[in-house]
Design a protein around this ligand. Sequence first.
Ligand SMILES: Nc1ncnc2c1ncn2[C@@H]1O[C@H](COP(=O)(O)OP(=O)(O)OP(=O)(O)O)[C@@H](O)[C@H]1O
Length: 356
Amino acid sequence: MANLVEKLIDQPLTPWLSGSGPEGEIVLSSRIRLARNLRCLPFPGRASAAQLGEITAELKEVPYDLQAEDGHEYAFVELDQLLPLARYVLVEKHIISPNHVAEPENRALIVRDDVSVSIMINEEDHLRLQCLEAGLNLNDALEKANAVDDIIEAKHDVAFMENMGYLTSCPTNIGTGLRASVMVHLPALSLTKQMGRIVAIATQLGLTVRGLYGEGTEAAGNIFQISNQVTLGRNEQDIISNLTSVVKQVVDKERMARRLLINDSPDALFDRVWRAYGVLRYAHSISAQESLALLSEVRLGVDLGVIDETPPDIFTKLLITTRPNFLQHLAGDVGMSQSESDKMRAKLVRATLQKT
Ligand SMILES: Nc1ncnc2c1ncn2[C@@H]1O[C@H](COP(=O)(O)OP(=O)(O)OP(=O)(O)O)[C@@H](O)[C@H]1O
């Protein structure tokens, strides 16, 4: 089991980030998250260390139950058994949240071999179950999440009240305990300065727009996460249908903005995306932030057929491998300085682009 987690930390590719799936050119991934709590124990924020340990111990058998049902290998790992760097690589791969690693003691993770299912234990709730799919595919993610939830609830007494639904640590999650979210790449809407308006409209429609690593994080590389804000008084299917229809409209707007860029100012666009390609292809030192911003522009050029010598999945591949902690891990956790890390990143990007 521990070997599986090591393998997931080492692998440069994240299967659901393959760039495939419906609307895969713009929608990178779909995520369903269910928040669940065991009935007789306090929420993690109020639980003692001993109670947190009790929760972890009770859930240790869950991987075996899941494995028996779907035949996939599942791992269970306590976060404090991992090196700090390994924990941060898991965050960069969206397997656990920044919140979950903040206090690793008595926190654990259950993860499936293809990373399409992972369960954070003792994050904000006892269980944060997440299912991820490539592209715009919330329905399959929900189906998978419900199947995993059924297996857990068959053996564990989960806090649920007829009139309120699932009880959760934060009142905004009470009811279905569901957050549906899509990760979208919106370079043209960002370049044409339309994101402010999109965020305002999404908020009016009961949605929230977050950055690359969720709550409280920046939208690096023109990547945003759009998710539902309300969980109470709405059924799961309504939440998903509403989000899917808004995301489809955002995707249409992004396509329109792309057409506008290429029709109205092709020279500026060509120059911009090829410059980005040039820097990535030849730079000898590059920061994580700059590489992400330039990769986003190269991907835009590839999607528009302006850059034809790079496959679209280069963006998603390099999205993970150029992150600071993954790079450090690749170098063997040797405590690289910022400048060494920037040089290594540039080398990796050059080598990857050269191969295409
Ligand atoms: N569509 C998505 N694809 C990949 N990863 C995602 C997606 N949506 C969210 N995530 C990841 O899930 C983690 C948690 O995100 P976030 O903080 O937005 O949600 P949450 O913790 O489920 O919500 P809440 O604020 O209700 O606690 C982060 O690591 C984030 O990057």
